[in-house]
Design a protein around this ligand. Structure first.
Ligand code: SAM
Length: 354
């Protein structure tokens, strides 16, 4: 017997109608979630994603091209302060090799992600992008390389980059300071996101669910920030501790809350591109499939060279063998098939609502 309260049904319907709630309403929705309401909201989100994307799950090839980072974010395993990882960065030739492998496997989006590595100048990146675009003109290129100046973003856009992922991490400035050292600011992070939008990138933002000191109020502010930014993509996944960070003893984010937030985001952004992330699959076996069943519609298998994968540990036990890597595409396809979805290798650009 379903026992959702009338109040919760009203809130979910209001979210569906307006694509947003007030801060108090978002807090109410998240704080009073029970299993029946979670099932209800997930099924609504799934229906919306089916309406816009059918049973397609877009595939992106992730190339983690550097684990050098000049930042010291307290949650992240590749932070500058972690002296115990083997650092690597890929040459242009190695990146092209990853693209070649990915292209053969059918990938038509390449995501270059890395720490903030000053050894790649704008010129270096532009040269990599030119080579990628020359060899694979039918592919989309996404960058996820952190905060840069407006001019730098502009040069990257002009060189042919299509999309940019930069999670805002938290929209609450007090919380932001608890996750980052003093040289980083929420203000600059947001400035980057608005610059990227102005320059015409397809922009992705996002946050970790259950990061240390996060409250439901912080999450409500994240949702309101996303409503304001109107990104094309939103990546969220549970926080998972890494043993060589100041947050090594913090507890991981909640699986159910991550699924709930994916569903809320799907209802807010019916045509948005929402990945079911590796961290969700790391937290719970089959987590990514449940992410898809909560309204997500993108997966990002790993195309990095095998040795690099082991060194790109943002959090402990990050999946790096199995269906999450590109060569495991058959396994991934079978997992998606089992829940009624098909992998789609098309570029899968953001399409505005008509
Ligand atoms: N350096 C780029 C940036 O700052 O946007 C991209 C790379 S960064 C490592 C990618 C994302 O990993 C971050 O935005 C963060 O949300 C996520 N991440 C880092 N540490 C994590 C952890 N311990 N648990 C879950 N996600 C984490």
């Amino acid at each position: 017997m379903i026992s959702i309260t009338e109040k919760m049904i009203k809130l979910v319907n209001k979210l569906h109608r307006n694509h947003v709630l007030s801060k108090e309403e978002f807090i109410d929705l998240m704080d009073h979630m029970d299993q029946d309401t979670l099932d209800f909201i997930r099924s609504l989100a799934r229906n919306i994603s089916q309406r816009y994307f059918g049973n397609k799950v877009y595939v992106r090839g992730l190339i983690e091209f550097t684990n050098y980072c000049s930042n010291d974010c307290y949650y992240c395993g590749i932070r500058k302060g972690n002296k115990e990882i083997i650092r690597y960065h890929l040459t242009k030739e190695e990146i092209m090799e990853c693209c070649h492998r990915g292209y053969q496997l059918g990938f038509r989006t390449f995501v270059l992600q890395g720490g903030e590595d000053p050894s790649y100048t704008d010129e270096d990146l532009v040269s990599i992008i030119h080579s990628m675009k020359e060899a694979y003109s039918d592919c989309a290129i996404t960058l996820s390389i952190g905060e840069r100046t407006y001019d730098s973003y502009q040069r990257l856009k002009e060189s042919g980059v299509d999309r940019f992922l930069l999670r805002h991490e938290t929209a609450n400035s007090v919380h932001y300071k608890k996750l980052h050292p003093r040289n980083l600011s929420l203000e600059n992070r947001k400035r980057c996101l608005y610059d990227l939008k102005e320059l015409g990138f397809q922009v992705g933002t996002g946050f970790m669910v259950g990061s240390p000191y996060q409250t439901t109020e912080c999450l409500a502010e994240d949702l309101l920030f996303i409503h304001d930014l109107k990104p094309h993509m939103v990546g969220i996944g549970p926080f998972i501790p890494h043993h060589k960070t100041p947050f090594k003893d913090q507890k991981p984010g909640s699986y159910e809350q991550t699924l709930l937030l994916i569903s809320i985001l799907r209802i807010m952004l019916p045509n948005g591109l929402l990945p079911a992330t590796t961290s969700l699959g790391t937290l719970v076996d089959g987590g990514r499939e449940q992410g898809i069943l909560s309204g997500a519609n993108v997966v990002m298998p790993n195309l990095s060279p095998f040795n690099a994968r082991k060194s790109y540990q943002l959090y402990d036990n990050k999946l790096h063998t199995g269906a999450e890597h590109a060569e495991g595409a058959n396994g991934l396809r079978a997992n998606m098939k089992a829940i009624g979805y098909d992998l789609s290798y098309e570029r899968g650009d953001f399409k505005p609502m008509i």
